[in-house]
Ligand binder design. Structure first.
Ligand SMILES: CC(C)(COP(=O)(O)OP(=O)(O)OC[C@H]1O[C@@H](n2cnc3c(N)ncnc32)[C@H](O)[C@@H]1OP(=O)(O)O)[C@@H](O)C(=O)NCCC(=O)NCCS
Length: 214
């Protein structure tokens, strides 16, 4: 599977660490980036021109550009989701980015604006939602669902038939065993092993993962 990128004007929203990773993935997929947006006038993203802040992009014709969300997340996916929705509401399209060094099953589905990073594996029957991230070396096994705006952080292992709710963050190196349901906006802390369903809006940690009460 290849990236859906191809329009002449690809713009990355944000200029931080995640944006640098996504820039590398876009280039590895054979496309170029026209510019990036950041509210910090001193932000840099390699040799990519800074176009201004988000408002500068919103002033453009949505038909002329394809956006790529350059915001990552380390615990809450809310800011990344808000950025996506602000532009989607204004009529802009978000490109899915699939690093060529990832492995995606032919029948897996990748939502608009989803990002599949280097070394990631998405197996048969899996569905990756709108604006979701399957980050570096993470795996999503057969028939699992990664909800819209969710983030499967680097090295996380999602076994088969798992359902991850909208906006959940699955921390780096976490394991979710087969058949588990994880609610919306859950935070699974790094390294946790999830063996029971997790209620929406909660945070779990440890092995086996238990709700964090503090
Ligand atoms: C959730 C997280 C941000 C830490 O949250 P926090 O509230 O700032 O936690 P703190 O660092 O203040 O630590 C609070 C307590 O939780 C513990 N803790 C922190 N991270 C933990 C983890 N992953 N698993 C278990 N316990 C953890 C700390 O040791 C501390 O314990 P104590 O109260 O007994 O001293 C972080 O641990 C985490 O897992 N982030 C996800 C990282 C990730 O996915 N990065 C990918 C980016 S691409």
């Amino acid at each position: 599977m290849t990236s859906t990128l191809g329009a002449p004007h690809i713009i990355v929203l944000g200029g931080g660490g995640h944006a640098r990773v996504i820039l590398d993935a876009i280039r590895a997929a054979g496309s170029e980036v026209h510019g990036f947006a950041d509210r910090d006038a001193n932000a840099t993203l390699g040799d990519i021109p800074l176009l201004g802040d988000d408002d500068a992009v919103l002033a453009m014709d949505p038909n002329d550009v394809l956006l790529v969300n350059g915001l990552g997340s380390i615990r809450s996916t809310a800011a990344r989701r808000a950025l996506h929705e602000r532009f989607a509401t204004a009529g802009f399209r978000h490109a899915a980015v699939v690093h060529p060094a990832s492995v995606i099953a032919d029948d897996a589905s990748i939502g608009a604006g989803a990002q599949i990073m280097a070394g990631a594996i998405v197996q048969t029957g899996a569905r990756i939602g709108l604006n979701a991230i399957v980050n570096t070396r993470a795996s999503v096994d057969h028939d699992s669902i990664v909800g819209d705006h969710a983030h499967v952080a680097p090295g996380a292992v999602i076994c088969g038939g798992v359902d991850i709710g909208r906006g959940a963050h699955i921390g780096a190196g976490a394991v979710v065993v087969q058949g588990i349901s994880i609610g919306a906006n859950v935070l699974v802390m790094a390294g946790a092993v999830v063996v029971d369903d997790v209620e929406s809006g909660t945070c779990v940690r440890g092995v086996p993962a238990r709700e964090r009460t503090v």
